[in-house]
Design a protein around this ligand. Structure first.
Ligand code: GLY
Length: 357
């Protein structure tokens, strides 16, 4: 395995998943190691590590799949299994799965006996470049996403892009949207390389290198601001409008994957950045053409503006009733806490709706 020499989260790119995990598990007592996974990943990915000494079906905690299972019931299921399985303060929890098992298992580890070590093995692209790195753990509560949680860094994150072979096209694209976001935050070279990635002639080595670059960018930001007091808000690029699109789609019972909503949201927020901060128009058009082609277009109309705006007013980045966005002045030139008025936001939504020039 190859260390990415990241600072806040200790991330490795796997060469051979089972052997690499065995090395990371070596300091722990074998009968004190537990795995958290969901029903799908248990079937698809658990066999890749199940033969290792220290990994056992009895100490594999299988929770329900999907964001709906990121709840108190699953958390209690994990705590109970840890207690019943004789876990101690020196136990290790291995979270194997997408963002949900990583967030949930991380929170269970952060709270069990005031904190035990955990290793994330993210199995989706979204989790590899985002959820598994950076120390955010938690569950949804009373209808609010990630309402209860804590910051706690994984002891290690082991990323194996070969696991992505089990991922369907839309889920791959969903994670890729976060990589595009990271590239906008980093620089032109990474953006150019990312947008040039060819999904038709999938080059696994190129994807692995882009994933590594994306994780490094995320770790750089998290290292500068682990608790999201400032620059970590940069990671919310595309998410304020993106979350509003995601909520609207969910309400219509036509859910869109998170990364698709972020891709649409990034286009709308680059229009906002052009308007507010002079972000170059030709670069907005470049992203718009790319997103239209690869992700399609989010269908909504002016009649949805009130509802979309209302959802945005609940965004965590708002302060004292002011609507704040993470925007860009240029690629890599980040402007967090950019206050935007309702008219400006609606103008950006109108620009998204307008036919492409
Ligand atoms: N997903 C954004 C963050 O980790 O801060």
């Amino acid at each position: 395995m190859r260390s990415l020499n990241t600072r806040e989260t200790d991330v490795y790119m796997a060469d051979e998943l089972a052997g690499d995990l065995a090395a990371l598990m070596a300091p722990y007592q074998k009968e004190k190691i537990f795995v958290v996974t969901d029903v799908h990943t248990h079937q698809l990915c658990f066999p890749a590590i199940s033969a290792l000494e220290g990994i056992s079906e009895e100490r594999c905690i299988v929770v329900g799949a999907g964001d709906g299972a990121k709840n108190t019931e699953s958390l209690i299921q994990i705590w109970q299994a840890l207690v019943e399985g004789g876990a101690t303060r020196h136990s290790l929890l291995i979270n194997l799965g997408g963002g949900m098992p990583c967030d949930l298992g991380g929170f269970a580890a952060a709270t069990f006996k005031r904190g035990i070590d955990f290793i994330n093995i993210p199995t989706t692209l979204l989790a590899q470049v985002d959820a598994s790195v950076g120390g955010k753990t938690g569950i949804n509560f009373m209808g609010y996403k990630n309402e209860i949680g804590s910051f706690m860094q994984a002891k290690h994150v082991l990323v194996d892009t070969a696991l992505l072979q089990t991922l369907d096209g839309p889920n791959l694209l969903s994670g890729f949207a976060e990589m595009i976001k990271h590239a906008y935050l980093k620089d032109e070279a990474l953006l150019e390389r990312t947008l040039a990635f060819d999904f038709e002639n999938y080059d696994a080595k190129e994807l692995s290198e882009l994933v590594a670059a994306s994780i490094r960018l995320k770790d750089e930001v998290v290292t500068a601001d682990p608790r999201e007091k400032g620059i970590r808000k940069a990671l919310n690029l595309g998410h304020t409008i993106g979350h509003a699109f995601e909520s609207l789609a969910l309400k219509r019972r036509q859910p869109v994957l998170h990364g698709y909503a972020v891709a649409y949201g990034m286009v709308a927020e680059l229009y906002l950045a052009q308007q507010k901060l002079g972000f170059p128009g030709e670069l907005v058009q470049q992203l718009r053409s790319y997103v239209d082609k690869v992700y399609g277009r989010f269908a909504f109309s002016e009649t949805d503006f009130d509802e979309l705006y209302q959802t945005m007013t609940h965004d965590k980045k708002n302060q004292a009733g002011r609507m704040n966005f993470t925007l860009l002045r240029a690629i890599g030139d980040i402007a967090i806490n950019t206050h935007c008025e309702r008219d400006e936001v609606l103008a950006a939504l109108r620009a998204y709706l307008a036919p492409q020039s």
